[in-house]
Design a protein around this ligand. Structure first.
Ligand code: MV4
Length: 445
């Protein structure tokens, strides 16, 4: 087992990783920017190293600075958390060259899933269902138009270097194709310095259902059931839950099997997430694979009673998996609390927290790094807390979430708490009747 893990991250996930390391008897190193010197991850780690100014580029995204911190603290492993360098194949490679274990998959696995066309081709070979579309990159406008006609409108243009909704364009009629094609190319080039575009049939009113998987270093891959992440706004998840209200036992079994095939096809090592679109006819399609621990991992932890970070560290250290899948025993839901004003287009609202009281009690968990007197810096992600509830039924879970949200005192800044309180009362949400467009028509009181 590792002796000392450096956590190349900040906020709630850095704290989350430190907690598990403590329970495993592993020493921890925090890294922090000058904007984060009052953060709890700095206080709770065994050692802390300042790695630069507030700007992420010069701190949490700086590979040389993080490697310098590894060197001076003699850490034998690096946990990247999510975001920042978590899916940077070059960082994983540099860690390996330094002789420290990158807690995650190999650089090759990260790269193969980072390029969306490569990922899709890999899934086709593995027999995982994908959305009908182009065979690799589109060569030019003319071949794109011809293919779109063949597939049938509406179609969607996606950037191969994209993901998470960046650089996507929906085209409903042939006469809009050329314009959207140009825009997609320009956007992709500016965002990813790669203007490779591919086309897919546009799936109307889908749900976003993802499967948690874990693979060991000996080729065993198992799934840990799903999370429904359909409630999103501009590709930012707002709420995640398990089980998905939309899945049947049969569908869970089929999607679980497909997720394992996806993982096995690249000999996947570590925790990962296989994202699917599920259409209104309950047909499912591979969308992308995330090669990291995700924000919403507590939902899976709560329904299974497993510490996913502990399992992740164990497989990284060479532990063997038993080979049996995990099925949900409970219902769990997570509300993301962001420092954003839901009444003004969810605009970021960082600043000083004057009062803070966290919900507690039976079936309630709150993962957060903030406290009364903490200042939310304006430089990073706006997520400041996750309220996670578990219960025996979905109805009971919603009731418990309402109770938990009502106990949450967070003053001084605007947050998404009012949004979640209203969501819990929404008839369509309560009925489990929604798709990815749900938020577009949701009016905040
Ligand atoms: C799609 C789609 C419909 N059809 N692909 C959005 C994020 C990226 N991972 C892929 N996304 C989508 N791809 C086809 N062929 C609709 C979306 C999409 C979406 C997916 C999941 C959750 C929310 C979404 C919101 C808008 C669009």
């Amino acid at each position: 087992m590792f002796k000392k893990i450096l956590i190349a991250n900040r906020g709630e996930i850095a704290l989350r990783i430190i907690r598990t390391c403590k329970e495993m008897g592993i020493k921890t190193v925090a890294v922090y920017s000058t904007a984060d010197k009052e953060s709890l991850h700095v206080r709770f780690a065994d050692e802390a190293v300042c790695i630069g100014p507030p700007s992420s580029t010069d701190s949490y995204l700086s590979i040389p600075k993080i490697m310098a911190a590894v060197e001076i603290t003699n850490a034998d492993a690096v946990h990247p958390g999510y975001g920042f360098l978590a899916e940077n194949a070059n960082f994983a490679e540099v860690c390996t060259q330094y002789g420290v274990k990158f807690i995650g998959p190999t650089p090759k696995m990260i790269q193969s899933m980072g390029d969306k066309i490569t990922a899709k081709e890999t899934m086709i070979k593995a027999g995982v269902p994908v959305v009908p579309g182009s065979d690799g990159l589109l060569k030019n406008l003319k071949s794109g138009l011809a293919l779109a006609k063949k597939i049938g409108y509406p179609i969607i243009l996606k950037a191969t270097a994209g993901g998470g909704g960046k650089g996507m364009r929906i085209v409903r009629h042939a006469d809009e194709f050329a314009e959207q094609w140009e825009k997609a190319k320009i956007e992709a080039k500016a965002s990813f310095t790669n203007d490779g575009i591919y086309v897919e049939k546009f799936i109307e009113e889908p749900r976003h259902v993802e499967f948690q998987i874990i693979g060991d270093q000996y080729g065993t891959v198992v799934h840990m059931s799903e999370r429904d992440c359909t409630i999103q706004r501009r590709h930012q998840k707002l709420l995640e839950e398990c089980p998905s209200p939309f899945l049947t036992k049969k569908l869970r079994d089929e999607m679980g099997k497909a997720s394992i095939k996806a993982g096995q096809s690249i000999n996947y090592e570590g925790v990962g997430t296989v994202e699917f679109l599920v259409d209104k006819h309950k047909k499912f399609y591979f969308m992308e694979m995330n090669t990291r621990i995700q924000v919403e991992h507590p939902v899976t932890e709560e329904v299974l009673g497993i510490d996913l970070i502990k399992e992740q560290i164990k497989v990284a250290a060479g532990a063997k998996l038993s080979g049996t899948n995990f099925l949900p025993k409970m219902v769990s839901m997570e509300c993301r609390i962001n420092a954003e004003d839901p009444h003004h287009d969810f605009r970021p609202n960082p600043g000083y927290i004057t009062a803070f009281h966290s919900p507690k009690g039976f079936g309630v968990r709150v993962d957060t790094h903030v406290y009364a007197g903490y200042s939310v810096p304006p430089f990073y992600d706006s997520m400041i807390a996750k309220v996670i509830c578990k219960a025996k039924t979905r109805e009971e879970c919603i009731t418990r979430m309402q109770r938990a949200l009502s106990e949450f005192i967070l003053e001084g800044i605007k947050t998404t708490l009012p949004f979640h309180q209203q969501l819990m009362k929404d008839a369509s949400f309560r009925a489990g009747n929604f798709n990815t467009s749900f938020i577009e028509t949701f009016k905040i009181e």
